[in-house]
Design a protein around this ligand. Structure first.
Ligand code: SF4
Ligand code: SF4
Length: 423
């Protein structure tokens, strides 16, 4: 639950739809940086698939907000019903149940608003969302979405709960498909006939199944509630639990004391039990390294310059030749940046129609048109090659962008230049 709340609050993982940014472990990726976003999503996907293959439905049992809040809602409802039964013992059972239900809904409503707030903050800046919530905004699109999600969340935790996992959620089925003969499962193992048939494991199961029927039940989320329930009951009789985590179909015990002599190697104990798992670990490592390199190499200020070839060139009144360019600049950092452009590789060429220093606020993108002018005597007829140097301050990073400068094919001696500009 803490992870679910903290991920968007600290921009560890958040997709900001409004600003079109993807936050990944503190890095702010712009939607234009598709390759890095793609790498990040692929890394997450392989991580999720690897977890499902090695540790089964670990996500469902321990990380899924739907499961966490469903279990919390069920526990809360039972606890309120018990308290009401004690305190309102004089009332009729029907009235008592109705009051308990109403009290539960009263608690569930603010809880649903909180869960919705956290969920929506994965897609909208949390501060913006907070202001909308405080002003009870149900007029704008964002406010209507927030109110609708709150209602769905309320109904989900009031009525649907874990039925969502078996009837709607595709991810549960997907994880089951990724499992193989070595995947961690919850097993009932009772070779000595110690089960006392108390059914506590069945009553504790949030999915309402009996793990004694087998470890491969589709509904089983591997939450281990039945493990705790059995530990409790048979522990009182001085025995060890009959339900435990175990690896794959063979049911080799995991996380329990195994005699030192028969202890498997450490890599087998943490789940790396065949070549497929080693291969996926290598793949994950390669992706993680690639992703770290890509994030560390990304430019805080993105500069693109394109020639505007609607007009190949124009002539200045002084006989100089002008080419038009378009500048696109985005400041992807959190600090103000200044951009300076200069020409190299084309003698006496200069930039006109553009401020020398272009100031970019954090997160700002701008477009500008500018011209490069060169004396006719300094350029060759036709295509000339040059570079535009873009220097970013305070990063003090500069990059050379290869561009072409077009001059007329015929001679353009200054004395023959017509008045004004011509095509
Ligand atoms: S059978 Fe056990 S592990 Fe599976 S869902 Fe029920 S309580 Fe959780
Ligand atoms: S809780 Fe343990 S002892 Fe009781 S029925 Fe389940 S497996 Fe048997």
């Amino acid at each position: 639950m803490v992870i679910f709340v903290l991920l968007p609050a600290f921009d560890v993982m958040r997709f900001d739809i409004v600003r079109q940014r993807f936050y990944f472990f503190g890095a702010e990726l712009w939607i234009s940086e598709f390759s890095i976003i793609f790498l990040s999503l692929m890394f997450l996907w392989i991580l999720v698939a690897a977890m499902a293959m090695i540790y089964g439905r670990f996500y469902c049992g321990y990380l899924c907000p739907q499961m966490i809040f469903s279990e919390t809602a069920a526990t809360l409802e039972k606890s309120i019903a018990r308290r009401m039964a004690r305190r309102l013992a004089d009332l009729s059972p029907v009235l008592r149940r109705s009051i308990a239900k109403a009290a539960f809904y009263l608690v569930l409503l603010p809880a649903s608003i909180f869960v919705t707030f956290v969920f929506v903050s994965y897609f909208v800046p949390p501060l913006d969302l907070f202001h909308r919530l405080m002003s009870l905004d149900i007029r704008t699109a964002g406010g209507i979405v927030g109110a609708s999600v709150t209602l769905i969340t309320f109904l989900d935790f009031a009525l649907v709960r874990t039925r969502f996992c078996t009837a709607i959620c595709p991810y549960g089925y997907l994880q089951t498909m990724l499992a193989d003969k070595h995947t961690l499962l919850v097993h009932f193992q009772d070779s000595e006939g110690n089960c006392i048939h108390c059914d506590k494991c069945v009553r504790a199961c949030p999915m309402g199944i009996d793990i004694r029927s087998g470890p491969h039940q589709l509904e089983c989320t591997h939450c281990a509630e039945c493990v705790d329930a059995c530990s409790d009951i048979v522990g009182k009789l001085g025995r060890k639990t009959l339900i435990r985590y175990a690896w794959g179909d063979a049911g080799e015990a995991a996380l329990t004391a195994v005699p030192a002599a028969s202890k498997p190697a450490w890599y087998r104990r943490i789940g790396f039990r065949d070549g497929k798992r080693i291969a996926i670990l290598v793949l994950l490592t390669v992706y993680a390294i690639g992703l770290s390199i890509a994030i560390s190499l990304r430019q805080p200020v993105l500069v693109r310059i394109m020639p505007n070839r609607i007009t190949l060139y124009t002539m200045g009144t002084d006989g100089s030749i002008h080419n038009r360019f378009r500048l696109l600049a985005s400041n992807r950092s959190h600090a103000k940046a200044t951009l300076d452009l200069s020409i190299s590789g084309l003698p006496a060429a200069r930039i006109v129609d553009l401020n020398r220093d272009i100031v970019l606020e954090p997160g700002e993108s701008l477009q500008r048109e500018f011209e490069v002018a060169a004396p006719a005597s300094a350029v060759a007829p036709g295509v000339n090659h040059m570079q535009i140097r873009a220097t970013v301050v305070p990063a003090q990073k500069s990059g050379l962008l290869d561009e072409t400068f077009i001059a007329p094919m015929e001679s353009t001696a200054p004395q023959k230049a017509p008045e004004g500009r011509q095509r």
